[in-house]
Design a binder for this molecule. Structure first.
Ligand SMILES: [Zn+2]
Length: 318
């Protein structure tokens, strides 16, 4: 069974409700990306289907036949809905469509093969298109006995209010520093990178996944080094770094490192002129990942020009 930290309260309220036979038929787990919501949903599904769940700790036993089937990914009473891979276009579909929700509801309506219970897990509920969401609504209004719907969502506003209002809403908090530390340890992240990962991850291990790749981690450490003395660093070197890595390293990691490097300088600037110049430059840096997606500008030169703007701001004498 997976161990995901930082969501104990969600597990507990689910476990207690289940134990006391008052489990709501639809749960919606929401919170920022990358904090392990889908893993929590998997654990809740396991707890629901397990034949001898631990009533104190609210975890599945990991030993019974149901747990073994879940582990093997072959439990007949669990179904998942997520974005489908389009083989002809060789990419994921843009949304979860109505056929998927209809099939899923048909699955829920059958009584459980193994346990008289059935679980439907929708990962990325915010990706359902309107038709899919409307079809799902019907299932929420007329739940079948023994059925459980678990939904995971990072963008609550993309989900119709009619759906939200029929679910048990559970917020999943970002992890605190100690929990982040534990997850990073479990993932085997190099100790040298922990501080950077905690700083950039902001409670979401998923955000800093790129650091688990040795090559990326090395590159980001070099980037951090260049940013330490941003007002004096070698622009040619920065340009080279960007040209080389801008395609493979997530853009928000690159920019967040620039932002965090210059943040202190902005706060400690002693003149209004200087702090507002730094602020303007930082706004440009922060908008860069979105600009790259929206326009067809060349990413490396664009960011480099913002960094140059930031450097001249840092050099303003107070
Ligand atoms: Zn079990």
């Amino acid at each position: 069974m997976s161990v995901i930290l930082g969501h104990d309260e969600v597990r507990q309220s689910f476990g207690e409700a289940m134990h006391e036979n008052r489990l709501h038929h639809a749960w919606l787990l929401y919170g920022v990306k990358g904090i392990g919501k889908a893993s929590v949903a998997n654990d809740l599904a396991a707890l629901f289907l397990c034949q001898s769940p631990d009533a104190q700790r609210h975890v599945a036993c990991g030993q019974c036949h149901a747990c073994a089937m879940l582990h093997a990914g072959s439990h007949p009473d669990l179904s998942r809905v997520e974005l489908l891979w389009d083989h002809t276009k060789k990419k994921f579909n843009r949304d979860i469509n109505i056929e998927q929700t209809r099939d899923a509801l048909a699955f829920l309506a059958l009584s459980g093969l193994k346990s008289k219970r059935r679980v439907l897990l929708i990962d990325g509920a915010n990706l359902m298109n309107n038709q899919a969401a409307n079809a799902l609504l019907k299932g929420l209004e007329e739940p079948t006995d023994g059925s459980l719907l678990l939904m995971v969502c990072h963008d609550l506003m993309r989900l119709p209010a009619t759906i939200r209002s029929r679910c048990m809403m559970q917020a999943c908090a970002p992890l605190n520093e100690a929990e982040m530390q534990q997850v990073l340890d479990m993932q085997g992240l190099d100790k040298k990178l922990h501080e950077l990962a905690i700083d950039l991850g902001q409670g979401s291990p998923g955000r800093v996944e790129a650091l688990l790749d040795g090559q990326h981690a090395k590159a980001l450490l070099a980037w951090q080094k260049m940013l330490e003395s941003l007002d004096k660093s070698d622009i040619g070197q920065m340009q080279q770094w960007l040209e080389k890595h801008v395609k493979e390293i997530p853009h928000d990691l690159i920019t967040n490192m620039v932002l965090s490097a210059a943040h202190q300088a902005m706060l400690s600037a002693t003149s209004w002129e200087k702090s507002s110049a730094i602020y303007d430059a930082l706004l440009c840096v922060a908008s860069w990942p979105k600009e790259v997606v929206r326009h067809t500008l060349r990413p490396a030169p664009a960011l480099l020009s913002y960094i140059l703007q930031l450097r001249s701001a840092l050099k303003i004498r107070a």
